[in-house]
Design a protein around this ligand. Structure first.
Ligand code: ADP
Ligand code: MG
Length: 245
């Protein structure tokens, strides 16, 4: 197992955003994580990437306990993540934004820039474009590029493909596939079922802070507990869904 999260919880006061979540991912997998808004997916990623300390539970990466390690230690160990709302260095070019990530493993400025340039090329961004001039799709792509520059073994994608046009979506799916084929293990949070169906063979369904179902994408969309979690009680007797996705 590359990643093993056991009984992870995260409490905010007396509210449990993550409430006993288990996740095991083998090297080379690409796993989907779906669930309604507020299910705790992003908070779980925060715990897995070291951006938040879990209240309890244990996270092993490549057999090493990283539960209480810093975000930097997580990145160095090879866990990379994107953010649902991407943070961009507005006054810096795309290339400089990505170079920030490349410094993790390339302390020499020229090495870092050269590495960043290859990543920018792979992601189809324009290196000299200013961060502030990017729209949402560009920012999401830049977020992916910057974390790729840290050379992760495990990549956690948090709705990195949301808000794209159909054509941009196809390009982004192709990009994720290339990243996976280059040897990176991926856990992808996404509401767009087309993405999950196209990219993954195993999906976990998150609700109220823990995994309530798992299986192939085809299996989970038919699962009663999943339909209930997404659409609410009695949803099947109505013709229109009120929630996500
Ligand atoms: P998801 O990503 O599945 O939509 P989140 O992990 O963002 O869900 O949020 C899960 C729940 O935890 C939500 O009810 C959210 O309001 C709450 N939450 C997230 N972060 C915090 C925080 N820093 N403080 C308090 N509550 C939070
Ligand atoms: Mg989220």
């Amino acid at each position: 197992m590359l990643l093993e999260a056991q009984g992870v919880t995260k409490a905010f006061g007396d509210f449990w955003a993550v409430a006993g979540a288990d996740l095991a991912v083998e090297e080379g997998e690409i796993v989907g994580l779906i669930g309604p808004n507020g299910a705790g997916k992003s908070t779980f990623f925060n715990c897995l990437a070291g951006d938040m300390q879990p209240t309890s539970g244990r996270i092993l990466f490549n057999g090493v306990d990283v539960t209480r390690a810093s975000p930097e230690a997580h990145a160095r160990a090879g866990i990379g993540r994107t953010f649902q709302v991407p943070a961009t260095f507005e006054d810096m070019s795309v290339l400089d934004n990505v170079t920030v990530g490349a410094f993790l493993r390339h302390p020499q400025r020229n090495d870092a820039r050269e590495h960043a340039r290859r990543i920018v090329e792979m992601t189809g961004l324009r290196p000299e474009q200013a961060g502030r001039s990017l729209g949402t799709p560009g920012r999401k792509r830049l977020g992916i590029a910057r974390v790729l520059a840290t050379e992760p073994r495990l990549l956690l994608l948090d709705e990195a493909l949301a808000g794209l046009t159909p054509r941009e979506l196809q390009e982004a799916i192709a990009l994720v596939r290339r990243i996976h084929e280059s040897g990176v293990t991926i856990v992808i949070v996404e509401h767009i079922m087309e993405v999950i169906m196209t990219l993954t063979r195993r999906v976990l369904v998150f609700n109220q802070g823990r995994v309530i179902a798992s299986g192939t994408p085809e299996e989970v969309v038919r699962d009663d507990a999943v339909i209930e979690a997404y659409l609410g009680r009695g949803a099947r007797s109505h013709s229109r869904a009120s929630g996500n996705p």
